[in-house]
Structure formats: structure tokens, C-alpha cells
Design a binder for this molecule. Structure first.
Ligand code: DI6
Ligand code: FE
Length: 422
């Protein structure tokens, strides 16, 4: 009687398990799935019996690589409209920050999101997620933050939940009511923060619509004191916190995130040495967003070498949003992280697997180890560094979520002698 539902063979594994070989790699490996979980991982030669004695279904992958399903741990996938006109203004020399100060930027997307129906928001976000999914993404975080009033924040989060219902993977939602100061509250930001804490957050919790709370702490958004007020409210409700920190200036965001035991501090271009040390001590993950640096012509990149030497785990995400990062490719982020930030391909892959799962507080995924969720991506590559090497290709040929095959596709990396779809 076979013990396992499925056994994958003729494959190499980038397990991303810490502490072993580069990428936790196992060449000529095998991986078994039972139900939603990984039941066995190792070298094929170490399988305890003949494959067809061990599993009901045996699939040979013709030398393709298996990695954990990718995790996009920071996105704003739900939004109305786009900002192509603002992009052109920036190309002529205006800065992201000055456009925001003039009432454009995030607030223009707030107008478009308030005007959009829940159906429209659901449809457009579903299409964006499908693009991510075709590149092996099996878990995604989606933030609110383009409503900035109770009804629209709830509408965004309901749209995110509807996107989740149509997605075979996992969606985690984050309440980002403190993303910008809405027009109605210009000049009275503290009153808006009070409404976020007293009115919006309780309603979001009551509706069960968010697992975490995020704030944009920045000189064009919320001060550290206002951020702390929101974090106190989140803490009282036992919700995890995350922070958009130190993107455009050093606002002491990294240290503030650490002080509240944040799951992650994100962006971090201007993070200070003290902030990085505090993150290391608190176990806060750094979420790095190379598309935002690239697309806004950031004048500096996050201090990768400092995170590395302090032992702060580095995750990578698309930040998919209409203003600073209209990016729907997590695989492209691997390339940008290596070329712009000088991360290694191995660090980059850990950034979209093990460390990204950690940035969401999910300990049941992000590595190929026994007992983990069987969320897998299948890649037509010869070695894992190829995932960071190609620019704009998609070598993903299969996606498995919770043990189920949910996607099979041809590779599009321009190479000819690749294995066919799963
Ligand atoms: N930082 C970002 O990268 C996004 N939000 C934030 O606080 C950008 C939001 C936008 O420009 O629409
Ligand atoms: Fe963001």
C-alpha cells in the first residue's frame, strides 16, 4: 500500500533549508507529498523502496528544479486606475515626493479607488495575481491603503478576500489605513490617526478582514509618534505589525518597527546603523523592494552589507502598486536585487521564499522540508542562479499548491533544450 500521494523524481531541489549546502540544494533529489504537506525530501538514491511502492502517483520532471512556492510578502495589488501620467512627469524631472506633496501620488490613486466598484477592484487585482502566480508565486500579501475612509478600506479588503477565493494559493491581508493623510484631514493628521485607530481598525477586525497592520512612516506621511499610536492600537487587538520605514528619509523607522516587534520593516533605503542593530535584536525581517528603488530613481539603495553583517534576514517583494512600483513579476525582482543591490542569487531566492514567509509570520512554508506545506514551483533551469540571471523570462513550468497541481505552462526563457511542461 503506497504511503504517499505523489512522488516527484528526476529533479533537483533548491530546498532553501538553512545551514547546509548553497540553496539547500539536493541534486538528483526526490520529494514526496501526502495531503497538503511534504512527506519526504532527499536524494533519490536514499528512497526507502521502489518509487511505485511508495506513492500512488510518480512524476518524473526531466531534470527540472523544484523550489518552494514563491512568497510575495509586500504588495498593494488592489487599487483603482494607474499613474502613467505621473510617471511621465517624473521622467521630466519631478520627484515622487514633490508630486505627493502637491496632492498627487497616493491621493490620486485614492480618488480612483474610491470611484471603482468592488467588482472592478477584484477583477484587476485577480489579473495581477494571475501574472505573479504564473511565475511560481503561491502566497501573496495584499495591503489596503488607497481608501483612507472606512467604506473604501473595507471595500479594498473585501476585494482582496474575493481575490483569495479565486486563488489556489494563500492571500494574507494587511490594513494600511495609515498610508497617507486623506484630503479631508489635511492639517489634522492626528484626527485622522484617531479615526484609523478608533473607527477603521475596529471595523476591519470585526469583519475579520486583516491579519496585520502597516503604516507609512515618512515625512510625507505619518510621524514616528503617529505610527506608534497605530501600533499601540494594533497591539491591543493582538494584530501583527509591519512598517513602511526609512524609504525617503531616516525617520527612525527601523528602530520603531523593532521596538514593536514588527514582523518586518520594509524599504529601508535610509535605515540607520542603530535601526539595523535593533532589527537584528528584535528578529524583524527587512523587506527590500528593488522595483521601487528602480522606478523612482532612488538616490540610494538599502544598506545590504549592513543587514548581512548584522544577520537581519532579507526578504524581497514586488511592492506592486501604481505609483512607485507597477511590478507584477517577482522573478524580475531577483534580477533587480542582484544587479542593483548586489545581493547574491542565493540571497535573492531566500528573499522570496524562506525570508518572505518569515516576513508574513508564516513558519509552515518557504522551505522544502518534511512537514511544510507542499507549495512548490517547477523551473526549467540548469541551476538556481538562472532565476536571478534572466531578465523578463519566465522559466516556471509548473506550480503546486498544498500538494495539488494548479498550473502547468511552457517555459519562456529562450532556451531550446528544456524539459516540457509538468
Ligand atoms: N511606499 C510605497 O512604495 C507605496 N506606498 C508606500 O508607502 C507606494 C504607494 C504609491 O505611490 O501609490
Ligand atoms: Fe509599499
Amino acid at each position: 500500500m503506497p504511503r504517499w500521494d505523489e512522488l516527484w523524481l528526476d529533479t533537483h531541489l533548491a530546498t532553501m533549508a538553512p545551514g547546509g549546502t548553497a540553496y539547500g540544494a539536493i541534486t538528483d533529489g526526490a520529494l514526496a507529498v501526502q495531503g497538503e504537506r511534504i512527506a519526504w525530501v532527499g536524494r533519490r538514491a536514499d528512497l526507502p523502496d521502489a518509487p511505485d511502492q511508495l506513492a500512488s502517483r510518480v512524476t518524473a520532471l526531466a531534470g527540472a528544479w523544484l523550489t518552494p512556492g514563491l512568497v510575495d510578502c509586500h504588495t498593494h495589488l488592489v487599487f483603482g486606475g494607474h499613474r502613467a501620467a505621473e510617471f511621465q512627469r517624473r521622467l521630466q524631472g519631478e520627484s515622487y515626493e514633490s508630486i505627493a506633496r502637491q496632492g498627487g501620488g497616493i491621493l490620486s490613486t485614492v480618488d480612483a479607488t474610491r470611484a471603482a466598484s468592488e467588482d472592478q477592484l477584484t477583477t484587476t487585482a485577480t489579473a495581477r495575481l494571475a501574472t505573479l502566480h504564473a511565475e511560481g508565486v503561491t502566497t501573496v500579501e495584499i495591503k489596503s491603503g488607497y481608501g483612507l475612509d472606512l467604506d473604501t478600506e473595507l471595500k479594498m479588503l473585501r476585494a482582496a478576500r474575493r481575490v483569495a477565493d479565486r486563488f489556489p494559493g494563500t492571500v494574507r491581508t494587511t490594513f494600511l489605513g495609515a498610508h497617507a493623510i486623506p484630503r479631508e484631514y489635511q492639517g489634522s493628521a492626528d484626527d485622522y490617526v484617531e479615526s484609523v485607530c478608533r473607527q477603521m481598525l475596529p471595523a476591519v477586525i470585526e469583519a475579520g478582514l486583516a491579519e496585520a497592520v502597516d503604516v507609512f512612516c515618512e515625512r510625507i506621511a505619518f510621524t514616528p509618534a503617529q505610527t506608534a499610536t497605530v501600533f499601540e492600537a494594533a497591539r491591543a487587538a493582538a494584530l501583527a505589525v509591519k512598517l513602511h520605514a526609512d524609504q525617503l528619509s531616516d525617520s527612525n523607522g527601523a528602530a520603531l518597527a523593532a521596538r514593536y516587534g514588527a514582523l518586518s520593516a520594509d524599504h529601508l533605503e535610509y535605515a540607520s546603523v542603530e535601526g539595523i542593530q535593533a532589527m537584528a535584536e528584535a528578529g524583524t525581517t527587512a523587506v527590500l523592494l528593488p522595483a521601487a528603488s528602480y522606478f523612482t530613481h532612488a538616490d540610494r539603495f538599502p544598506p545590504i552589507a549592513r543587514f548581512r553583517s548584522a544577520g537581519v534576514p532579507m526578504a524581497l517583494a514586488t511592492d506592486c502598486n501604481p505609483g512607485s512600483a507597477p511590478a507584477t513579476s517577482l522573478v524580475l525582482m531577483l534580477n533587480l536585487a542582484c544587479t542593483l543591490f548586489r545581493m547574491t542569487p542565493e540571497e535573492a531566492l531566500a528573499g522570496v521564499t524562506r525570508h518572505a514567509a518569515r516576513a508574513l509570520g508564516l513558519s509552515d512554508r518557504g522551505t522544502l522540508e518534511i512537514g511544510q506545506r507542499a507549495d512548490l514551483a517547477v523551473w526549467a533551469i540548469d541551476e538556481p542562479a538562472e532565476l536571478s540571471y534572466w531578465i523578463g523570462a519566465n522559466p516556471c513550468i509548473g506550480v503546486i499548491c498544498g500538494g495539488q497541481r494548479v498550473l502547468t505552462r511552457p517555459a519562456s526563457d529562450g532556451a531550446t533544450d528544456r524539459p516540457g511542461p509538468v
